[in-house]
Design a protein around this ligand. Sequence first.
Ligand code: CP
Length: 344
Amino acid sequence: MSSLKGKDYIETQDLSWGELDVLLELSDELKAKFHRGEKTPLLSAQTIFLLFFDNSTRTRNAFEAGATQLGAHAHFLDSKLSQISHGETAYDTGKILGSMGHGIAIRHDLILHEGNKFMRQVAEATDVPVINMQCDVDHPTQTLADLQTIRELFGKGDLRGRKIAVSWAYSPSYAKPLSVPQGLITLMTRAGLDVALAHPPGYRLMEQTLEAARNNAREAGTKFEVVEDMDAAFADADIVYPKSWGPYDLMMQRRDAVDAGQMAAIEKEMLAMNARYKNWICDERRMKLAKETAVYMHCLPADRGAEVTDAVFDGPQSVVFQEAENRLHTAKAIMAATMRERPF
Ligand code: CP
């Protein structure tokens, strides 16, 4: 654990497999203690700042509750109510928050090619750890919880030969970030799983994450394939992870929009494009294409009736609530391993 002290947690790609394994083991230990009612004051009287540019239920509460349970305090910061909204830079924000506490966690996920850059600028300004609570590239606290869940279900040993289907699914609500599927294809190829990524035309992921997944698969001896067919990805899968994300080119146009009106028009166009693929839903027929023992995963929130039917979401193969609870334990493990005492 000591090797992670002071280290940033921005992308799982930044950590060695040994470091990720330390976090997973610590998360298992903290989960067991939580369920036994044992106290774990590993970060007594420390402070972490949680800076949000987007909404959250699971991540915010995993970090807030987790910090309390570790004996620390989490300060919630809404970017719109901070001086960032008046133009204060990432560097200055990092310098100031870093001088007042022991860790900075950030969610900045909606704008392509902005959030990860912002986090890395904050990290440059401070020596306290910067934790990515979801950016445009990765959602590494989510995927670590996903991997903890997969290890609980399939064993901590070799996951080799197991297949995960990471698929696009229809959503009518909003153009969701790309970071969950990107984080899954990069982490799960390293974890020993064969990964099938499926999406309709126009929903490609960022090239850097596809390249990383291809390299990881080559190095780990796993498979990584990209198909435009949800059924093909589901075939013989051990794990299915269908969720929506926005169309890449339109998301880039939204990033470059000049005003709120143009942004709203692009968002409408994205939802219209999504609506062409309403048949990309995880239903009981599709679950039958996967192995009989397959599990249904989703980072949540899920669009019930669009991304997934109630029968699957509430059915016996769904592990979404176990997965969501693991957000708490992995958030605690990441904070406990990376935050450190500072001399006052
Ligand atoms: N899965 C996830 O990150 O959930 P929230 O958006 O509610 O934090």
